[in-house]
Design a protein around this ligand. Structure first.
Ligand code: SAM
Length: 293
């Protein structure tokens, strides 16, 4: 097939070039050609992209384009493209724009009638979903859930009746908290973690959410993780039904967390206090009052 982008090489345009999420062999021939032909590569972290380019012996002018400079950088790049520059946008890994910078630039290109050309390739969502074994005909991609538990739980509440598999990105240090919140709100659904995809220590953990919680209680989560939560089945529906009906008082909630997550009262109270928006001392006082009444 004639490569579309070579038909009119002098026209400025934006290429969204997917790059490997670990294994450098995953870069496509087309991605390499575009990176070689581009006038400029806009990248999230120049050091990261330099490593990739030097591996493939590509030398190109680089410009940083990340969440902190995109307000000013996007209009500058538009001017360059309107003058005829072919700009390739890459992120640190995977497909740009997908939980990565680039949306603002794409929108601005479209507003300025600059052509946007995707160069497809690796993305953690697709690799994780394809191999996890959970239903994949339809799915809902959540990107990263909010870092704060209250907001994260609120977001999960909105998804409680979602019938499709859920795919999430998560940082290792927040994984356990997210799994616990998911267990609490969605019930004990089938789930999987795709860890370090395409790298030497690639690993899939499959089971129910409780199995994953247990696995990471024994071994601290490390590396890059994509979490897939399957649609609710009978077990999960019963669990989340109970979760919805229960816990009107702080004491009830503490007891529920202790039984469902196998943690001690202190840890359960800490979590419950957060959910109820109470300071630790205040929560402890309320718990005593409720237990004595
Ligand atoms: N744009 C990227 C893509 O298309 O995959 C995603 C970028 S997002 C900032 C980074 C997150 O993607 C990580 O925190 C992790 O959740 C997931 N991820 C990236 N590489 C991964 C890998 N090799 N294995 C598992 N998950 C990965």
């Amino acid at each position: 097939m004639t490569p579309r982008e070579s038909e009119n090489p002098r026209r400025g345009c934006l290429y969204l070039v997917a790059t490997p999420i670990g294994n450098l062999e995953d870069i496509s021939l087309r991605a390499l050609r575009i990176l070689k032909e581009a006038d400029l590569i806009a990248c999230e972290d120049t050091r990261q992209t330099l490593k990739l380019l030097s591996h493939f012996e590509i030398r190109k002018p680089l410009e940083s384009y990340h969440e902190h400079n995109e307000m000013t950088r996007a209009p500058e790049l538009i001017v360059r493209m309107e003058e005829g520059a072919r700009v390739a946008l890459v992120s640190d890994a995977g497909t740009p724009v997908i939980s990565d910078p680039g949306h603002r630039l794409v929108s601005l290109c479209l507003r300025h009638k600059v052509v946007v050309i995707p160069i497809p390739g690796p993305s953690a969502i697709v690799a994780a979903l394809a191999a996890c074994g959970l239903p994949s005909e339809e799915f809902t991609f959540l990107g990263f859930l909010p870092a704060r538990s209250t907001e994260r739980r609120r977001r999960l509440q909105l998804l409680a009746s979602e019938p499709r598999s859920l795919v999430l990105y998560e940082a290792p240090h927040r994984l356990c908290a997210t799994l616990r919140d998911a267990l609490d709100i969605l019930g004990d659904r089938p789930a999987a973690i795709a860890r370090e995809l395409t790298k030497i220590h690639e690993e899939f953990l499959r089971g129910r959410i409780t199995d994953l919680v247990r696995a990471f209680e024994e071994k601290e989560p490390r590396g890059e993780m994509t979490l897939i939560i399957g649609p609710p089945d009978e077990t999960a529906l019963a669990e989340s039904g109970r979760a919805g009906a229960q816990a009107r008082t702080l004491a009830e909630r503490v007891a529920e967390i202790m039984s469902r997550q196998e943690v001690d009262q202190k840890a359960a109270l800490k979590r419950a206090a957060k959910e109820f928006g109470l300071a630790k001392r205040e929560a402890y006082k309320r718990l005593l009052t409720e237990e004595n009444s």
